[in-house]
Design a protein around this ligand. Structure first.
Ligand code: PLP
Length: 370
């Protein structure tokens, strides 16, 4: 049996006529840049994320970059980020000449450990970027308290977490801005790159709208320097169609996660494998990640049996070559470093079948070194 890590073709089959019609309509209209579909998607995403404003941008990375720019982060500022996340969380800080300050994660959720944040704050600290990793919100309450105490901005990296919730509040609605990615593998994925910034502050919304068109306001007058950070109309048209299906797909991911949990428990594997721990109230399972010894051997064995898996992330950011100058060394963030050696993401996409999941767990059980 083949179990790919992700099967986007299976999803496309279920919405082909809707998506094809939406794309064709943009082609007929020929309004490819910031067309009506972009503002319609912005309206719908703002509503979905319980935010007043949403601004379509070119990627999740540019959602982070424009957020930092809009909040006035600049060279010499420090921004607190978890060390265990996709590169863009810290890369966008560095691109502005500011310094990412890395914090270790919590072992059970893989999200930033709020207890470790305060001692990293200096007089240069300007912001915190909590990441809602794998689709589960970071523990926002203590993070927001710290931000308030030290007058720091907060930017939620919700790239993997559209629709997830912390204490009933939606990802992207609890901070100065929320940053979303429409990279094809996300729960709401486009047919290329795309992203969105959410905010409840009208001035920030306006600034990001200006930044995404080279800082131009009115047209050809530039009081600030921005860039080309626009979301394509074709992407917006595809995403409007997909948003209609998002809750159903998220529910299917949650059901798949529950089924894996059950299968692991029934197989007696949970003594040796840590299954995902849910601490916040709506986990949208962009990824289903397990922790175990001998991860690399298991991954190789599963590959031979036709099962795709991924490692998110094999090198924590504080140990990346490009951040060598910041002076971090091994053991500075032990939980992240251990997670980098021992975690594995299994297929979790909505179209995954029960038979495929049973096969995955059966193959894991056959590995005698687990
Ligand atoms: C946590 C996180 N932050 C930021 C990004 C960047 O998003 P994009 O690939 O759309 O630029 C991603 C997506 O890959 C992500 O997973």
């Amino acid at each position: 049996m083949q179990v790919p890590f992700l099967d986007l073709k299976a999803q496309y089959k279920t919405i082909k006529s809707e998506v094809d019609t939406a794309i064709q309509s943009v082609i007929e209209g020929q309004h490819f840049i910031l067309g009506a579909e972009v503002s319609e998607l912005e309206k719908q995403v703002a509503e979905y994320c319980h935010c007043k404003f949403a601004i379509g941008v070119s990627s999740g990375t540019d959602a982070l970059l424009t957020s930092l720019m809009a909040l006035g982060i600049e060279a010499k500022d420090e921004v607190i980020v978890p060390t265990y996340t996709f590169f863009a969380t810290a890369g966008s800080v560095s691109r502005l000449g500011a310094k990412p300050v890395f914090v270790d994660i919590e072992k059970s959720t893989y999200n930033i450990n709020p207890d470790l944040i305060e001692k990293k704050i200096t007089e240069k600290t300007r912001a915190i970027i909590p990441v809602h990793l794998y689709g589960q919100c970071a523990e926002m309450e203590p993070i927001l308290k710290i931000a308030q105490k030290y007058n720091l901005k907060t930017i939620e990296d919700a790239a993997q977490a559209i629709g997830s919730e912390s204490d009933g509040k939606r990802a992207g609605s609890m901070s100065d801005t929320g940053c979303f990615s429409f990279f094809p593998s996300k729960n709401l994925g486009g047919f290329g790159d795309g992203g969105m910034v959410t905010t409840n502050d009208p001035a920030i919304a306006e600034k990001i709208r200006t930044l995404r068109t080279h800082g131009s306001k009115p047209k050809y007058y530039h009081n600030i320097v921005g860039g080309n950070f626009r979301l394509d109309t074709i992407q917006a048209a595809v995403l409007i169609v997909k948003l209609r299906h998002l809750d159903k797909w998220t529910m299917a991911r949650q059901e798949n996660a529950n089924r894996y949990n059950r299968l692991f428990e029934e197989s007696g594997l949970t003594d040796n494998i840590q299954i995902p721990v849910i601490k916040q109230n709506r986990h949208i399972f962009n990824q289903y990640v397990i922790r175990l010894k001998n991860r690399d051997k298991l991954q190789a064995g599963l590959k031979e049996k036709g099962i795709g898996t991924e490692i998110y992330y094999s090198v924590p950011l504080h140990l990346q070559g490009c951040f060598k100058g910041l002076g971090y060394k091994e053991r500075d963030c032990p939980v992240a470093e251990e997670s980098a050696r021992t975690t594995l993401a299994l297929p979790i996409y909505p179209e995954l079948t029960e038979e495929q999941q049973k096969y995955v767990v059966e193959c894991i059980k056959q590995d005698k070194d687990i």
